[in-house]
Design a protein around this ligand. Structure first.
Ligand code: NI
Length: 237
């Protein structure tokens, strides 16, 4: 694992293309999809994103990436960001240190093998983190990414409930700079995401990847920092 650790820390050139610029008053939002890829749900979501010129971030589970490498390649080719969501969706806070590292490295190396790029973003399963994980992320050049908008899509599995959660007013609803949590393994989530994208674009939002949101708003993602949105983060200092 030591050699793999060094490779993780060394990273590899970003898959991001040329830097886009946005109007000063542009509203940006990052839709994120965890736990996939899913065999039929993810291709449909990719089709709908493509139709709208929208970009998203996929926090993939290594064991699913291994099953559907073509979907991982497609995500990368179509300009989406791919992040690490561990190899088999283990709670990294409850795992011993060797298991925590192995869960991250195994997924990272698989993504690198498929796309040629080592992921630099990690969303720990369940959003569970502690100082140990954050220190490891800092050492290995990873940024942690959680969310400000929890659609609870995995729980409700209902398009209207997902949309209601996303568009609620106040701190936990969609707003400029938000990071939205969904899971591209449910048909109901894809149904909701399609309508969400249309509503957001009608409201003038630009749908960007997490690295793009953080590049534009925070000068880029920093290693060891846990991001919730473009304006909320937690650093171990
Ligand atoms: Ni998950």
């Amino acid at each position: 694992l030591d050699e793999a650790n060094s490779r993780l820390a060394a990273g590899s050139p970003s898959a991001e293309g040329t830097a886009a610029t946005y109007p000063a008053d542009a509203k940006l939002i990052a839709l994120t999809f965890d736990d996939g890829p899913g065999k039929s749900t993810t291709p449909r979501l990719l089709d709908e994103l493509k139709k709208r010129g929208a970009k998203a971030t996929f926090f993939v589970v290594g064991s699913n990436a291994k099953k559907y490498p073509d979907l991982i390649r497609r995500m990368a080719e179509e300009g989406h960001a791919i992040g690490n969501h561990s190899y088999s969706h283990q709670n990294l806070v409850k795992a011993d240190e060797a298991t925590m590292k192995e869960q991250i490295l195994r997924c990272a190396e698989l993504i690198q093998t498929i796309t040629g790029h080592m992921p630099t973003l990690l969303r720990p399963p369940g959003g569970n983190f502690d100082d140990r994980l954050q220190t490891y992320a800092k050492e290995t050049g990873l940024s942690l990414v959680n969310w400000t908008v929890d659609t609870r899509d995995w729980k409700t599995r209902d398009k209207e409930a997902i949309l209601a959660a996303a568009f609620q007013t106040g701190t936990y609803g969609i707003q400029d700079g938000a990071i939205v949590l969904m899971h591209d393994v449910y048909e109901s989530t894809v149904d909701a995401a399609v309508e969400m994208m249309d509503r957001l674009q009608e409201q003038g939002y630009i749908l960007v990847t997490v690295p793009e949101l953080l590049r534009v708003r925070c000068g880029g993602a920093q290693a060891g920092v846990l991001y919730y949105s473009d304006s909320r983060s937690h650093s171990i200092g």
